[in-house]
Design a protein around this ligand. Structure first.
Ligand code: SAM
Length: 288
């Protein structure tokens, strides 16, 4: 037991910070807040009575956390954009890095003042955090979700229900576009996609915490490019008329730009993340 009964909330926080600092460094403050909030069913409010903290629960969480399990995998929750998403052992925990996609897509959609219905496809959807965050802010937007993992789609469905988006969504269990009705693509305005992109040799050297995410959500093949190549080739072949917003990563950027050049795919724009690294590209396909 790391925490004894009958401690004040501030004492609990001190113990959490002491234990978390060596594991999470600068994240210790944030994680301790999340743990307290989760264990007391409050919204990070430090004024609530001490008795409202479930000390058995917080002990259990801390015990698992100090053994190196990521907090999101312990409490099955991860904050992303404006919501708290369900996540589990079968899904990639949503990353703050990916919020740039939501931010930028919403800027584009609002700028274009879409009057008509907007249809998007969240390809490699995992928890569905990208598509759900986008349609949640656009009245007239509908989203298809594709993932090859049935477990990930179960998590996605939980989030769709949690955020009451059933009327605006449809889920497809598919290896990329294999089981996706090709006719639907004609009506898709844009695809948002954060595919697995870690080169296999880098995957094998990832830190232990990241390895709690399923390999299928991370390993992008020898050069990390396998998914981009397949998706881009497919969309060129079917003459996809919409745009694609891809999450990219500094480890694959060079190969990515080479591929786009070879295929004659136009980069509409690139955006950097909070660390000023290229993180998003918006692309368009050749029309002839
Ligand atoms: C990097 S995760 C992204 C999850 C989510 N979109 C996000 O941004 O947090 C990649 C996802 O691709 C899925 N995936 C892997 N191979 C796939 C395939 N062949 N077809 C469809 N989805 C696939 C994985 O199951 C995983 O959920």
């Amino acid at each position: 037991m790391l925490i004894n009964n009958y401690l004040s909330k501030l004492d609990i926080k001190k113990i959490l910070l002491e234990n978390l600092k060596s594991i999470t460094g600068s994240q210790a403050e944030q994680e301790s807040q999340i743990m307290i909030s989760y264990s007391s069913n409050s919204e990070n409010n430090l004024d609530i009575k001490n008795s409202e903290v479930d000390q058995e629960l917080i002990n259990k969480i801390l015990n698992e956390r100090v053994k190196g399990k990521p907090l999101a995998k312990i409490i099955n929750e991860k904050g992303f954009w404006k919501k708290i998403f369900y996540t589990d052992d079968y899904t990639l925990d949503p990353r703050a890095d990916s919020e740039i996609l939501v931010e930028q897509i919403l800027i584009d959609c609002k700028k274009n003042k879409y009057q008509k219905q907007l249809k998007l496809l969240d390809l490699c959807c995992g928890t569905g955090c990208l598509g759900i965050s986008i349609i949640d802010e656009l009245d007239n937007a509908f989203c298809d979700f594709i993932d090859v993992s049935k477990h990930a789609l179960t998590a996605c469905k939980k989030n769709i229900i949690k955020f009451k988006q059933q009327q605006k969504t449809k889920i497809f269990h598919s290896n990329l576009f294999k089981n996706y009705p090709i006719n639907r693509l004609k009506y898709i305005d844009f695809i948002v996609c954060n595919p697995p992109y870690i080169p296999t040799r880098n995957y094998l050297n990832l830190n232990k915490e990241t390895l709690h995410d399923p390999r299928i959500s991370l390993d992008g093949g020898k050069s990390g490019m396998d998914y981009y190549v397949k998706i881009i080739n497919f969309l060129i072949n079917v003459k996809f008329k919409g745009v694609v917003y891809f999450e990219i990563d500094p480890i694959i950027n060079k190969n990515m730009y080479k591929l786009l050049l070879e295929k004659g795919v136009k980069i509409v724009y690139k955006k950097t993340d909070y660390l000023n690294l290229d993180r998003l590209i918006k692309i368009k396909f050749p029309t002839t």
